[in-house]
Design a protein around this ligand. Structure first.
Ligand SMILES: NC(=O)c1ccc[n+]([C@@H]2O[C@H](COP(=O)([O-])OP(=O)(O)OC[C@H]3O[C@@H](n4cnc5c(N)ncnc54)[C@H](OP(=O)(O)O)[C@@H]3O)[C@@H](O)[C@H]2O)c1
Length: 243
């Protein structure tokens, strides 16, 4: 679908594969100008071909979420060379707790695992919001979607995946804080968290029941809600979840 002059611009991080790829594809189909955040130039080339093969126009942009020191400058450059970002989907994340998945123990967690998970899953999205939300507030419109997980729910918190769980709880806290800023501004800027469910990706594994396209649906819904839509909520399957 060709872009209209008033097409909104969406930036999706971690969009070269998995759920992020599906979110970027679905937003492009809906008529957004989509920038797909990828980690390196090599991945940008591969992603470009994959989007072309999927029949959508999506522009890969290099953004390493683990390199917070360079993110802000990269985003300024991005908005100058493309267009102001109206929709931000913080999707990129890592799950490196282990071994043992849900059996992975807090007592085996290394400092390195905690630090790397925090940098990618929390500090990166925080810098993204800090850099892009002021422009949204000034322009009076913006949608921010933070891809979280039921693993980060305090109401259901238990053992396993300690670094990942803490990172998603912290991301949910950032959603609440940023949504508070949006509400206080009185503008049409909305910030929400969502969970994709258990999805067949490199992170979710082959046994997961949902496809990446299904996992993308709630994030795409939150990215496109109108001014009556929610602010500061946590959703799965478009339904509000307890924190
Ligand atoms: N799959 C599930 O069942 C499930 C369940 C709950 C929540 N989630 C959440 O859904 C989101 C997407 O997960 P997924 O299943 O699609 O995972 P995935 O297949 O592992 O993909 C993760 C994406 O994040 C990118 N990424 C990781 N570190 C990055 C960095 N430093 N800079 C830039 N990009 C980086 C990856 O890029 P590279 O290719 O360069 O590594 C990849 O594009 C995540 O936030 C995850 O926590 C997933």
């Amino acid at each position: 679908m060709p872009l209209t002059e008033d097409a909104k611009t969406a930036l999706v991080t971690g969009a070269n594969r998995g759920i992020g790829f599906a979110i970027a594809r679905q937003l492009a189909v809906q008529g957004f100008r989509v920038l797909a955040g990828v980690r390196s130039r090599e991945k940008a080339v591969i992603a470009s071909e994959a989007f072309e093969k999927a029949g959508v126009m999506v522009t890969p942009v290099v953004l390493n979420m683990a390199d917070a020191g360079r993110l802000a400058a990269a985003l300024t450059e991005l908005e100058l060379s493309h267009s102001p970002i109206d929709v931000l989907v913080n999707n990129a994340a890592i799950l490196i707790d282990g071994p043992g998945g849900f059996s992975s123990s807090l007592f085996d967690m290394t400092d390195e695992t905690f630090r790397r998970t925090w940098e990618t899953n929390v500090l990166g999205p925080a810098v993204m919001m800090r850099s892009l939300m002021p422009g949204m507030l000034t322009r009076g419109y913006g949608r921010v979607v933070n891809m979280s997980s039921l693993a980060g729910q305090l109401s259901g918190m238990g053992k396993g995946y300690p670094a990942y769980r803490v990172s998603k709880t912290a991301l949910n806290a950032l959603t609440r804080i940023a949504a508070g800023e949006a509400a206080a501004s009185g503008t049409d800027v909305k910030v929400n968290s969502c969970s994709p469910g258990w999805v067949r990706t490199a992170m979710g594994g082959n046994d997961a029941p949902r496809s990446p396209e299904q996992g993308a649906e709630t994030a795409v819904w939150l990215a496109t809600i109108d001014s009556e839509g929610p602010n500061g909520g946590f959703f799965q399957d478009k339904e509000e979840q307890p924190w």
